[in-house]
Ligand binder design. Structure first.
Ligand code: GLC
Length: 529
């Protein structure tokens, strides 16, 4: 990729690495930075343009790195600052951008800032976190719930107040209404940008600002038993507050002090509220992550509506993006099934907007069942048995049929999928019709056909299990026809012409169409018009 290209994040393909699970290089069963460097040739061969690394900073690992105790260091589990610098250099030399996870909403309770803050009510760092007096009955200050179960307030006997934690009690929330906190975090950003990182994915960015009056959240009338307990209330006052957009605009200005960097926001909100995170005059996040497909019912008509609703809400000039998987949600291959995982890949890589792949989805990795005594995820430990566990989508990358799937020479920190002897990178590379080969072909086609990157999204009316759309570029256009069902579909239309550029089953390239298209079950095709 052209390193000076200001808009690389529009036409690039992003790839999320969960560093603990990608490649171990020092036989401790946990992936590390040197392991990522060793796998850069693989990432290049895949054709992706940017890697985003989940947190690699010093951390007690209560939430596997999303509890940071030093924002400008590297946890020894993952390597050293020298190793990180080597990764940046090697990735850039290979034409790959590197995006870091920024976790500004909360620190670890082991961070020196919090240690100071909890010491006394008059400590200069007191107001860096959110401290409140108990309610008159001595209980928590209000009814806000932790996303990981229970009250979001924890009493600290030393100073007789509660502190707020949107996630674990070991992850106290910073007070973003305090300008000193903002300045400190912007300096953290400058530190990494100065080292050459190409941008940030900002963790739970919509949580940064909370209601100034700490009003109770209203009950959720639609709450159902079996859902995570925090859904009992609607987060009306605890996140997505209007003032958050000023903070994000400030962050964006820090990013803009450097050339050609990107600001991505992690946001789980419906389309209308989500697109506000592009900011007024697009001065917010370049890419507010669009997670609509992560929970989409896998039906053609529903997905068509999801695409329509998102496209319809996008502000003028805002660049869209799509995500099929991440380290918090069940693997796409398990959500939609192995056959549809290919169709999902074609969808992700032919929609308008920057696609983000999750490591392992390109070889169809599935959700791994985790035995109760092997659970590592604090969410599952706090709220057991209702299916919120995230370990199953974080299992080690399946590189080969070697012991431990070539991930490590010792026992991995999470169990491997039982099918790794067959489903692994080596085997998929040898099979020209594997899902890995399909991903490569899709990414390569995207690079070759400008219509797939910059073309308009034009829906075409369809019924049943068929999802149909055109990507209309100024010079060329393609039609994408996806069969989301397990029965063949025949499509007749005088407008159907051209030739098949790619089928998800990878065996129809070059086939000419003349008014009729037969799609097999679970098949998608891209048609060059
Ligand atoms: C984000 C991360 C998730 C983490 C949480 C708290 O949602 O993706 O893994 O547990 O924030 O930091």
């Amino acid at each position: 990729m052209d390193q000076s290209d200001e808009f690389w994040w529009r036409h690039g393909v992003f790839y999320q690495i969960y560093p603990r699970s990608f490649q171990d290089s020092n036989a401790d069963g946990i992936g590390d930075i040197a392991g990522i460097i060793n796998r850069l040739p693989y990432l290049r061969s895949l054709g992706i343009d940017a890697i985003w690394l989940s947190p690699i900073f010093p951390s007690p690992m209560a939430d596997f790195g999303y509890d940071i105790s030093d924002y400008i260091g590297i946890d020894p589990l993952f390597g050293s600052m020298e190793a990180f610098d080597a990764l940046i250099a090697a990735a850039h030399a290979a034409g790959l951008k590197v995006i870091l996870d920024l976790v500004p909403n909360h620190t670890s309770d082991q961070h020196p800032w919090f240690a100071a803050s909890r010491k006394s009510r008059d400590n200069p760092k007191r107001d860096w976190y959110i401290w409140r007096d108990p309610a008159p009955d001595g209980g928590p200050p209000n009814n806000w719930m932790s996303e990981f179960g229970g009250s979001a307030w924890k009493y600290d006997a030393a100073t007789g107040q509660y502190f707020y934690h949107a996630f674990l009690a070991a992850q106290p929330d910073l007070n973003w209404r305090n300008p000193a906190v903002r300045t400190a975090m912007y300096d953290v950003m400058r530190f990494w940008l100065g080292k050459g990182v190409d941008g940030f994915r900002v963790d739970v960015i919509w949580h940064l600002i909370k209601d100034a009056e700490f009003r109770d959240n209203p009950p959720n009338p639609d709450f159902r038993e079996g859902r995570p307990p925090h859904e009992r209330v609607l987060p009306l006052y605890s996140n997505d507050q209007a003032e958050v957009h000023d903070v994000i605009a400030e962050m964006r200005r820090v990013v803009d002090e450097f050339d050609a960097r990107v600001l991505i926001g992690e946001i789980y909100l419906p389309p209308k509220r989500l697109v506000a995170y592009y900011g007024r005059d697009l001065a917010g996040a370049h890419l507010p992550f669009n997670f609509a497909l992560l929970s989409a019912p896998w039906h053609a008509r529903q997905i068509e509506k999801i695409i329509h609703d998102y496209e319809a809400e996008l502000p003028k000039g805002a660049w869209p993006n799509w995500v099929l998987g991440n380290h918090d949600r069940p693997r796409v291959a398990s959500r939609v099934g192995q056959d549809q995982a290919r169709v999902a890949a074609m969808l992700l890589l032919t929609l308008r907007g920057t696609p983000t792949l999750y490591y392992g989805d390109e070889i169809g990795m599935h959700q791994v069942a985790i035995a109760p005594d092997q659970v590592r995820d604090p969410f599952e430990k706090n709220v057991p048995g209702i299916g919120v566990g995230r370990d199953g989508c974080r299992t080690p990358m399946q590189w080969s049929a070697a012991p431990n799937a070539g991930f490590s020479t010792s026992t991995p920190w999470l169990p491997l999928a039982d099918d790794f002897v067959h489903e692994n990178v080596v085997n998929h590379e040898a099979d020209e019709r594997s899902i890995l080969s399909l991903y490569k072909a899709l990414i390569a086609l995207r690079k070759k056909m400008p219509a797939l990157v910059t073309g308009n999204y034009v829906p075409i009316a369809a019924e049943g299990d068929l999802l149909l759309y055109r990507r209309q570029g100024p010079e060329s256009s393609v039609v994408i026809a996806l069969n989301l069902g397990a029965e063949p579909v025949e499509l007749q239309s005088d407008a159907l012409g051209g030739e098949i550029l790619l089928s998800t089953l990878m065996d129809r390239q070059g086939e000419k169409l003349d008014g009729v298209l037969d799609l097999r079950d679970n098949e998608g095709v891209i048609i060059g018009e």
